[in-house]
Design a protein around this ligand. Structure first.
Ligand code: FMN
Length: 483
């Protein structure tokens, strides 16, 4: 498997999963098509070409991995099955990838397609690329949505990849928004504490796996090895001349520069994954761009946030659920049977199912779930349910919540937890980015579990018998949506 975006595009095109869109405008048209198409039942990946005002071949790709099939192709995973099947399969793989990633450090090469075009100094013009303005109320054009931002820890030398949004301020300057506590931000703060600018390399077009790894809560410095473990071969990187940072040789577009310690510009507002413009317009670090590298006919990978369902929401659900499940297992808690982060709310609404083994088991799981990544950052509600409830089925979860929890004794609040300017419930301006967590025990009370009212159910034998006799004349199979 290769980390080249174009080979991935060929695969999804061969499976009829790629739509070509010709002649759309970078100014809101690409963004609106993406918003509407992301909500559709049979959502294909969208490759925009012939973008208004740009040469043919300067392209934008969106909706890359917002169905399980294309995500599986990107992540070298088996195709087919439900969302929960995907989470379970990914869990199995995560532990293998994490164990083997040290065997796949990036491999330095002298050259690669990303060097086909180079713009330095006065020739740097970010608007040479068809950077979309995604949502109507956005404060600017965002080149970085499906990106991978590469930084180095000045103390340990570790290389981190994070997906952080990047707005274009002018031809030679971008913004870079990294929430408090994110690894890229910590790297930057360390350089600034030394009075130095932070070198940064920003990949804006690449195989979706690169962006997925950057968006995954891996230990700092783990991403390149992790991608190598997924691929089964090291990622080829070139030592970038100005910053010394490793850049993927197969990237479509890489922009390099410095984050100065003493300069900020007004960034945002930007339509965020919560479905709001909560962090508003504020001062944020900038990148002074020194050089742009791009392939012939470069492709920007877009993954703009929105109200769910959006471009990256499904991929985030399965990734976050698998990562959290692994973290719970690692903490030694027994009998977790399922983890699911709702596509609405993402890490703000997490459900964990368990087979209760001892008094306090449900509370232990709930507390750990709200303080492990991903929901440790900007979480809000964690609901713990019994093993007969499918956490990915919101109807079953609401049934458990309404029938197996008593608000007065089953909701615990954790205060002053890790939040962010993106939190809709924090009134700005402020620098107090704390929020609280509700941990809800919606399991049958452990101390009288055996006396708990019996749930109504139809046995498989009766279902079979009745369907065989009456199913030809009556609809006894489909299930209507619950309003
Ligand atoms: C499409 C997308 C956009 C994101 N944008 C941002 C962002 O602008 N700022 C941020 O701090 N995190 C953002 N994230 C989340 C981070 O990428 C994620 O928390 C990741 O783990 C950060 O890397 P780190 O753990 O190495 O800091 C985004 C995630 C996705 C999927």
């Amino acid at each position: 498997m290769s980390i080249d975006l174009r080979s991935w595009l060929e695969k999804v095109d061969a499976q009829g999963e790629l739509a070509h869109v010709d002649g759309a405008d970078w100014n809101l048209e690409i963004g609106t098509i993406n918003t509407l198409h992301s909500r559709s039942e049979r959502c294909s990946a969208l490759l925009f070409d012939g973008i208004k005002g740009y040469p043919k071949g300067h392209r934008v790709l969106t909706c890359s991995v917002n169905n399980l099939n294309r995500l599986a192709i990107a992540m070298n995973m088996p195709q087919g099955g439900s969302g929960m099947d995907f989470v379970k399969a990914m869990r199995g793989k995560l532990s293998v990838w994490e164990k083997t990633m040290h065997q796949f450090p990036p491999q330095e090469v002298a050259s690669g397609p990303v060097l086909q075009n180079v713009r330095s100094g006065k020739d740097v013009n970010l608007f040479e690329l068809p950077v979309p303005k995604w949502h109507e109320a956005d404060g600017g054009r965002y080149l970085g949505t499906g990106d991978a931002i590469i930084t180095r820890d000045p103390e340990s030398g570790e290389i981190n990849l994070g997906a952080y949004r990047v707005m274009v301020h002018d031809e030679k300057t971008t913004g870079l928004y990294m929430s408090p506590g994110k690894h890229g931000r910590i790297h930057c703060e360390k350089y600034h504490a030394l009075g130095k600018p932070c070198p940064v390399a920003m990949s804006f077009g690449h195989h979706p796996l690169l962006h997925r790894a950057a968006a995954t809560e891996l230990p700092a410095g783990a991403e390149f090895g992790f991608i190598g473990a997924v691929l089964g071969e090291p990622v080829k990187v070139i030592r970038e001349e100005i910053t010394g940072l490793p850049i993927p040789a197969d990237s479509e577009i890489v922009v390099v520069g410095w984050v100065p310690p003493d300069k900020t510009l007004s960034e945002g507002p930007f339509g965020e994954w919560t479905g709001y413009y909560a962090s508003k317009e504020r001062q944020a670090p900038i990148v002074e761009v020194e050089r742009i590298y791009f392939r012939n006919d470069p492709i920007i990978l877009g993954a703009p946030p929105d109200r769910a369902p959006f471009d990256a929401s499904l991929a985030s659900v399965v990734k976050d659920s698998a990562v959290l499940w692994d973290a719970l297992d690692r903490s030694g808690v027994p009998d977790v049977r399922g983890v699911w982060e709702s596509e609405v709310g993402l890490q703000q609404f997490v459900v964990v199912s368990i087979k209760q083994r001892y008094p306090g088991h449900a509370k232990q799981v709930g507390m750990l779930a709200c303080q492990n990544r991903p929901p440790a950052y900007h979480g809000r509600y964690v609901i713990v349910v019994d093993e007969d409830i499918d956490p990915s089925n919101i109807t079953e979860v609401m049934w458990a919540l309404t029938t197996r929890s008593d608000p007065e004794k089953d909701i615990d609040i954790v205060r002053r937890a890790w939040s962010t300017p993106l939190d809709t419930m924090i009134r700005k301006p402020t620098n107090a980015f704390f929020n609280s967590r509700a941990v809800i025990d919606a399991c049958k009370p452990y101390e009288w579990i055996d006396e708990f009212p019996q749930a109504i159910s139809t046995s498989p034998e009766w279902e079979k018998k009745v369907r065989a006799k009456w199913g030809k004349t009556l609809d006894l199979k489909s299930r209507r949506k619950i309003w």
